[in-house]
Design a binder for this molecule. Structure first.
Ligand code: ADP
Length: 391
């Protein structure tokens, strides 16, 4: 049977200690079929030079070197060589130092004089194995990151490519519905209406894919401005008015009179609200459906609640719905969706220092809420105005 061969860099300036270590390693050769090829360095600078020239399976490092004392040596060796395990050699009185060395990046320590060869060899083998596993994990992680970036690029590219033909379809359908191509039968008009709705739906799916790939690649831009959340919520609620009436949903917006200023990205807030109200529209009952949107002043924050009397969400599912691609089985079959809307909303709100959550009772309804901090600039100018009036 062939024996395993390891190369060792022994960094120690004490000749006697060097000899003891080499002897301990030599004994292993006969008992465990492991061979160590040992090279020595007597100073830290020599060790660093050798590490720059070649790699070793393991580094045994004494902490009392002529040109470096204590933990500083561990840091320097680690910086010079990330891959090989470093085992610190300490004196009996210095066991604490061994533990400190591990915090600084050493893989293990061994007390000099404890050189029962099997102790030494076990420590070396474990350290090497651990490093190999760490290295495998690091490589696998890197590969995952690369794959993830590739996936994001792919999604982004495909989504952009799909947008162009889609906008051509949309134009043709709109022109046809507007009568540009002449009269058409009722049946054709109904079919074109249906196509129009589906083109819009496909557009929303593509936009969701684009958004999620931008967020994951850290490329989502947030352009914050001071805005009155009360008025913005009103505008979005009104944009749903026709749709709600067509669906027979009672939709109301409950806003305080006061200005509630947040420093946020207008388009992104519209996107979140559209998602929350759009979802509520999907999950309300066919009869006696009700959706209310409240804006509340919490002092330091402004809260927006979208309350519906729909199917509700089971307690077990509440923790999942803000994760991407989550669709709840109970409702997934009856409605269309990608399971991305809430995950995007959560990230958009959190990117603006806000929070988002849901409260729900199955079969009774859900309230999706988000809160954004009030604008500081507004507060400062408000405080200044108050001070001015006191003077
Ligand atoms: P999508 O609506 O495209 O499926 P979302 O991320 O917006 O994706 O929502 C995820 C899931 O959360 C939905 O599939 C649905 O199961 C559940 N959900 C969202 N809003 C509501 C709501 N108002 N009432 C009940 N369930 C909801």
């Amino acid at each position: 049977m062939e024996s395993m061969k390891y190369t060792v860099l022994l960094v120690d300036d004490e000749k006697l200690d060097q000899r003891l270590t080499i002897q301990a390693l030599a004994k292993v050769r006969f008992t465990q079929r492991i061979q160590f090829k040992v090279e020595t360095a007597e100073t830290l600078s020599e060790a660093i030079r050798l590490l720059g020239e070649k790699s070793y399976d393991v580094i045994l490092l004494d902490l009392g070197l002529p040109d470096s004392q204590g933990l500083a040596s561990v840091k320097e060796v680690r910086t010079a060589n990330l891959q090989s395990p470093v085992i610190v050699l300490t004196g009996l009185a210095d066991e604490e130092l061994g533990l400190e060395a591990i915090k600084e990046g050493a893989d293990d320590y061994v007390i000099k004089g404890d050189y029962l060869e099997h102790v030494l060899v076990r420590i070396i083998r474990y350290a090497i194995k651990r490093k190999e596993v760490e290295e495998k994990l690091r490589r696998a992680n890197e590969k995952l990151k690369e794959d993830d970036e590739l996936k994001n690029e792919f999604i982004s590219m495909v989504s952009h490519e799909l947008r162009t033909p889609l906008s051509i379809f949309k134009n043709v359908i709109s022109n046809a519905l507007a009568g540009v191509f002449g009269q058409m039968s009722r049946k054709l008009r109904d079919n074109l209406d249906m196509m129009d709705e589906n083109v819009d739906r496909l557009g929303r799916i593509i936009d969701n894919f684009l958004d999620i790939s931008k967020i994951e690649a850290g490329r989502m831009e947030i352009n914050r401005l001071d805005l009155n959340l009360s008025t913005l919520v009103c505008e979005v609620v009104e944009s749903f008015r026709r749709f709600a009436e067509d669906k027979g949903v009672e939709l109301q917006g409950v806003n305080p009179e006061a200005e509630l200023i947040v420093n946020a990205d207008r388009d992104k807030i519209i996107q979140v609200l559209t998602n929350l109200i759009g979802n509520a529209m999907k999950y309300v009952p066919a009869r006696k459906a009700r959706i209310s949107v409240y804006v509340k002043d919490l002092g330091n924050e402004v809260e927006v609640d979208v309350e519906d009397n729909g199917v509700g969400i089971d307690k077990d599912d509440i923790g999942k719905i803000f994760q991407r691609f989550t669709r709840i089985e109970k409702t997934a079959a009856e409605t269309h969706g990608t399971g991305l809307g809430l995950s995007i909303s959560k990230q958009l709100i959190e990117m603006q220092d806000g929070r988002i959550w849901v409260e729900s009772t199955p079969e009774q309804g859900s309230t999706f809420c988000f809160a954004l901090p009030k604008s500081k600039t507004k507060e400062q100018s408000y405080n200044r105005e108050k001070q001015d009036s006191v003077v």
